[in-house]
Design a protein around this ligand. Structure first.
Ligand SMILES: C[S@@+](CC[C@H](N)C(=O)[O-])C[C@H]1O[C@@H](n2cnc3c(N)ncnc32)[C@H](O)[C@@H]1O
Length: 204
């Protein structure tokens, strides 16, 4: 975990400068997510990075907790979020998060599930953190085969210049959500190779 945090710390400034790869798809994901917000919503976003998504969403909800393992990512996020009173950035992993009384209304995991040791454990944790009827919004790189990346990534990870990346198909991710108890409400890939955007609901 520490090695992974160091990798993301080193990347933080470059990540903050890099443009969104598909702006139209990103805007669509923001809008689809916001359809689940109310002014009272209690929202958790884990793996929030430099906070760009949190900053857009927080003014629309009651309380927004954004977490990440990288202190450098959060440093940049806090700098960008000055003046947004209901937005808190906290360093840590998903396992550390406790639910508010009654549970979160919405949990976001954007570009993060494929970067975790154990996505099933993360999905189960999100299920526990949500209120009945709450939704888990995620966007995940789904690569079943990975090709040469499957060789390069472990080497790069060993030397500290690449992160942990897990390989799985979009269908497998949907199956993991269903196994945890979620109902898939919305599933969308802007192009066949794009990240899979999912809205999964915890039954009421
Ligand atoms: C690809 S970036 C995505 C950032 C942001 N969600 C976005 O969509 O731009 C992945 C982020 O997850 C964080 N991260 C990686 N592993 C993590 C873990 N186990 N727990 C929490 N955050 C993690 C990294 O520090 C990084 O900020």
């Amino acid at each position: 975990m520490a090695a992974n945090a160091k990798f993301w710390d080193r990347l933080a400034k470059r990540y903050a400068r890099s443009p969104v790869s598909n702006e139209a798809a990103y805007q669509t994901k923001l809008a689809k997510t916001q359809a689940y917000f109310t002014p009272d919503s209690r929202v958790l976003e884990f793996g929030c990075g430099t906070g760009s998504t949190a900053i857009v969403h927080a003014p629309l909800v009651g309380d927004y907790l954004a977490t990440d393992i990288s202190s450098k990512m959060l440093e940049i996020a806090r700098g960008k979020a000055e003046g947004i009173g209901n937005l808190r950035f906290v360093q840590g992993v998903l396992e550390d998060v406790s639910a508010p009384e009654g549970g979160f209304d919405v949990v976001l995991g954007m570009s993060i599930l494929h970067l975790l040791e154990d996505k099933e454990a993360a999905i189960a944790k999100v299920f526990d953190l949500l209120k009945p009827g709450g939704v888990f919004v995620s966007s995940t790189v789904c690569m079943e085969r990975g090709g040469i990346l499957k060789v390069i990534l472990p080497i790069g990870r060993y030397f500290g210049f690449l992160p942990l990346v897990r390989f799985f198909a979009a269908g497998a991710l949907e199956d993991s959500m269903k196994t945890a108890g979620f109902e898939i409400e919305h599933s969308w890939r802007p192009t066949p190779k794009s990240a899979l955007f999912l809205v999964a609901r915890k039954p009421a």
